[in-house]
Design a binder for this molecule. Sequence first.
Ligand code: C2E
Ligand code: MG
Ligand code: MG
Ligand code: MG
Length: 277
Amino acid sequence: EAKHKGKSAWERFAPEMKEVSHERLQMESRLRRAQELDEFELWFQPIVETATGHVTGAEALLRWNSPVMGLIMPDRFIPLAEETGMIIPIGRWVLEQACMAARRWQEATGRELQIAVNVSPRQFRDPEFVESTLEILTACDLPPNRLEMEITERLILDNSIETATILRQLDEAGIRLSVDDFGTGFSALSYLKSYPFDSLKIDKAFVADVMVSGDNASLVLAIINMAHSLKLTVVAEGVEEPAQQDFLRKHHCDFAQGYLYSRPAPEPDFLAWLRDH
Ligand code: C2E
Ligand code: MG
Ligand code: MG
Ligand code: MG
């Protein structure tokens, strides 16, 4: 400590900053090669109808399997992919793989499951986004209404004509649109009326302590009722306990997703789970 005393703040922090940016650069260059080295994987998590327990679809969740760093969760690399624009080719890959998977499951099981894909704002603003999505659907011979795009409220925040146009084009093509992480971001609800969303996903933060916090219970109820009055279906994320499921069922939340049913899993495990359900 004594020898740090004489140093300026810059001198004290500079080495750490250098390390952070070195780490970031290294991550960036590894991420840049990840796609060609085939290091990405899609995992799948079932979405279940609360009233019947039937599986209606799955959400595709990206994983980066790096030989040097191990399995990396999306929160650790999606922000970097967005900042650098790498999310555009990565996101295209995700859409392709997700649609192909839905097609395979249909062939393997005869079931027409929905496939939900997360789309980041940066991808959305790519001028080729709509066209390339439609190409993928055609190539996979997957009806557009089997694909659901999950969009966070962050995207709506920009309030641009382009966003509105793209949402309309996707909706007109028959693709389903949902608001992800509902309740964590933008609080003006008017956008739900003016954009063509089909469903919203209640963020797991509210679902998590719905049984302990009366406030969260009221919030979840209010969201369900508001969504239904706007003709939106509701998915609860992060359902871990049977008591949460009972609560959601009792209050007519349409769908649920969470560890209670299954953790996200690689495709073979997901398919094995599906066979038992
Ligand atoms: P999200 O879209 O809200 O996905 C749900 C997250 O909740 C997933 O985390 C999932 O593993 C986790 N989860 C599911 N059930 C439970 C539960 O019962 N309890 C708890 N505590 N968590 C649960 P994951 O896979 O780490 O993904 C994190 C976020 O990364 C996603 O949040 C999404 O915003 C983003 N993401 C994932 N894949 C992609 C992708 O392909 N493209 C883009 N742009 N973003 C992606
Ligand atoms: Mg999502
Ligand atoms: Mg629609
Ligand atoms: Mg979410």
